[in-house]
Design a protein around this ligand. Structure first.
Ligand SMILES: Cc1cc2nc3c(=O)[nH]c(=O)nc-3n(C[C@H](O)[C@H](O)[C@H](O)COP(=O)(O)OP(=O)(O)OC[C@H]3O[C@@H](n4cnc5c(N)ncnc54)[C@H](O)[C@@H]3O)c2cc1C
Length: 280
């Protein structure tokens, strides 16, 4: 493997200059360095962006939280501002291991755009907006438009993710995240389900669901979200939605699980959610 030069940009302008010359952003390196070792990526220059002050801002605004792309999962978990977004914390806690959470960043997880990217489940549930900066200035995209396919994003050459805006959900929804994998630690999801559920008088008032690892991108099963409205929060009242949820998925078979198994797990996770809510 040929050596790849790495530069550490002092500020955003310098980083954008290096990117314009064909550099590739490097944050925690937990995805990119693995991809380089496997020969899947061959950048001519790595531009370390992990310490750029412009990418490390956390701002509590009236309508939501702005989180710099270079914040690590561990830093976000330790930041008091993340307490207003319990779903984000539930998800981040499950990423990799303490070492991976100490190195891996929100921006890196987002740009890798894996269907199994755990933080994406929270970002889809919160209807996050991705703020990009490039030679032509800033632009913003909803996360659903930023992710265009498995490992494909709308990021243009020369652009960086500066931050992610996470709107606070209205009211007090219950948060839920469960991922199923082949072991308990360092788990890449075979299937995962995250949810924000607003409950009033024992019935679902509103629900947002997001499934990981069962489609080319994280999936919001809208039909199931709508069908849940008005249902009592007891698993028996949700059983007919299990096949409906499974039917919204488009999983692949790979070394971790078959497509059929992923479909079944996704359905079963809906009943886990019902059980969880029924116990509250
Ligand atoms: C052992 C192990 C376990 C893991 N477990 C999990 C897990 O449980 N769940 C999970 O979701 N992931 C997991 N991962 C994947 C990885 O740790 C995460 O995706 C992490 O968040 C990537 O962040 P990073 O900062 O390391 O990204 P990097 O590897 O530095 O970069 C990843 C990609 O993002 C780009 N990039 C980085 N920052 C920016 C930016 N600001 N703007 C534009 N592009 C940028 C890079 O150019 C590259 O293409 C695991 C990885 C390993 C090695």
């Amino acid at each position: 493997m040929r050596p790849i030069p790495v530069v550490k940009a002092k500020n955003l302008a310098e980083a954008l200059g290096y990117l314009a010359d064909g550099g590739k952003p490097l944050a925690g390196g937990t995805d990119l360095l693995v991809a380089i070792r496997k020969g899947l990526e061959d950048p001519k220059l790595l531009v370390y962006v992990g310490e750029l002050p412009e990418l490390r801002v956390v701002q509590e605004l009236a309508e939501g939280l702005e989180v710099g792309a270079a914040l690590t999962h561990a830093e976000l978990l330790a930041h008091p501002a993340s307490e207003r977004l319990p779903i984000l914390r539930e998800v981040l806690r499950t990423i990799g291991s303490p070492a991976i959470r100490a190195m891996g960043t929100l921006g890196g997880n987002l740009v890798t755009a894996s269907p199994a990217g755990d933080s994406l489940v929270a970002l889809y549930l919160l209807e996050a907006r991705v703020r990009l900066v490039g030679p032509e200035g800033e632009r913003e995209l909803p996360v659903r438009e930023f992710i265009v396919g498995p490992r494909k994003t709308a990021l243009k050459n020369g652009e960086l993710v500066r931050c992610v805006f996470l709107p606070y959900p209205e009211g007090q929804p219950h948060s839920f995240f469960r991922k199923v994998g082949r072991r308990r630690a360092l788990v890449i999801a075979v299937a995962s389900l995250g949810a924000l559920v607003w409950v009033r008088s024992g019935r679902v008032e509103r629900a947002r669901l997001a499934l990981g690892s069962v489609a080319p991108t994280v999936l919001r099963p809208q039909e199931v979200e709508e069908a849940l409205v008005g249902r009592p929060v007891v698993p028996e009242a949700w059983v007919d939605l299990v096949p409906l949820l499974s039917a919204t998925t488009h999983p692949i078979s790979d070394l971790r699980a078959s497509a059929d198994y992923r479909r079944k797990v996704a359905g079963a996770l809906l009943l886990d959610l019902a059980n969880h809510l029924a116990r509250l």
